[in-house]
Design a protein around this ligand. Structure first.
Ligand code: ADP
Ligand code: MG
Length: 331
């Protein structure tokens, strides 16, 4: 059982950044409006996620650590997935390959904590916490030396963590994020911060994208908002005159999940085909929202790939909406 868990865990947790992604998504699912992430040594020795979400009741703590236990789906409707999590695999996986401690308090209950290290679960203990959840993951992959060897430099792993936190922050403008590097102890150093945005969708999104991609991008981008066949495309796409040199700044999301998808980036390229030379990448942050049954996000546990039931619709929508916006702006 412990060995099976460790093998399955390797599928979900490839590197520190994938652990960060799972913890932040859980905090978002829990309705948090403030999420703090602290990492040390590229996340290899410590990842700590603190949120002000709904918390976990003491009786539910062992359940949260059990494989395939999720509070987010009842099994009857696997295709209709609205929250990030739905497999109940992240926490048990993290507990199988590292030393995981969850401390949590749900309204009306006492705070409690539970620890799982190398797949061995300890009993729930009383703890001190005012509200929300703190998930602490130490010594990632200590239980799987082969994985440990494949980790890259602290710097490279830190970079991957910053990238994933920024991507998640782009999709959740109403949530405040703070990422700290606490290598060497103490308060550490803030490496990324985005305050919770209020206001309408485009104001909040514009402000958040400014914090992540830079004000320059937003000031040189067109707001996009188009719907076709039940699929909504919105976000910001840069004017062809806006250049970031060779840097790629393409951010795509499907139902608020950051995705990397050849079809979608191909559509983006097609939309700008008349304006950009082949070696220049159009900068954009685009969000596709659709009925969860129209898209399969269940392709891989890391969940960054998507498969649309009919890829022609999102593709056509991107090309036509962007070309229309560019034409309106005189291009
Ligand atoms: P999933 O997210 O797929 O449900 P996880 O292993 O990531 O599976 O989490 C298991 C369960 O633990 C979740 O369904 C949720 O009930 C609970 N949980 C995890 N993280 C948090 C959190 N930060 N706040 C509240 N509940 C949480
Ligand atoms: Mg989860």
């Amino acid at each position: 059982e412990a060995a099976i868990n460790r093998i399955a865990a390797g599928e979900v947790v490839e590197r520190p950044a994938s652990a960060v992604k799972e913890l932040v998504e859980n905090a978002i699912d829990a309705g948090a409006t403030r999420i703090g992430i602290e990492v040390a040594d590229g996340g290899k020795t410590l990842i700590r996620a603190t949120d002000n979400g709904c918390g976990i009741a003491p009786v539910d703590l062992p359940l949260a650590m059990a494989r395939h236990a999720t509070s987010k789906i009842d099994g009857s409707d696997l295709l209709n997935i609205h929250t990030f999590g739905f497999r109940g695999e992240a926490l048990p996986s993290l507990g199988a390959v590292g030393r995981l401690t969850i401390t949590s308090r749900s309204p009306g209950a006492e705070a409690a904590s539970i620890r799982v290290a190398g797949g061995r679960m300890e009993p729930v203990k009383p703890a001190a916490l005012r509200a929300g959840t703190v998930v602490e993951l130490r010594d990632l992959f200590f239980a799987t030396p082969a994985r440990l060897k494949f980790m890259r430099s602290d710097r490279a792993e830190s970079q991957a963590i910053t990238d994933i936190v920024k991507r998640l922050a782009m999709a959740e403008p109403s949530v405040g994020f703070t990422l700290r590097d606490v290598s060497g102890g103490g308060e550490g150093r803030v490496t990324f911060r985005a305050d919770a945005e209020t206001g309408d969708l485009f104001d909040a999104l514009g402000a958040r994208l400014g914090q992540v991609m830079g004000r320059e991008f937003v000031e040189n981008a067109l707001p996009i908002d188009a719907t076709r066949d039940g699929i909504r495309l919105f976000g910001y796409a840069a004017l062809p005159t806006y250049s970031r040199g060779a840097a790629v700044a393409q951010y795509l999301f499907v139902n608020a999940r950051p995705v990397r998808d050849k079809m979608l980036t191909g559509a983006l390229r097609a939309a700008y085909f008349d304006f950009l030379s082949r070696d220049r990448h159009p900068a954009a942050a685009l969000f596709i929202d659709c009925d969860p049954t129209l898209v399969d996000v269940n392709v891989h546990p890391a969940k960054s790939e998507v498969r649309f039931r009919d890829p022609g619709v999102p593709r056509g929508l991107i090309v036509s909406a962007l070309r229309h916006a560019l034409a309106e702006a005189g291009h």
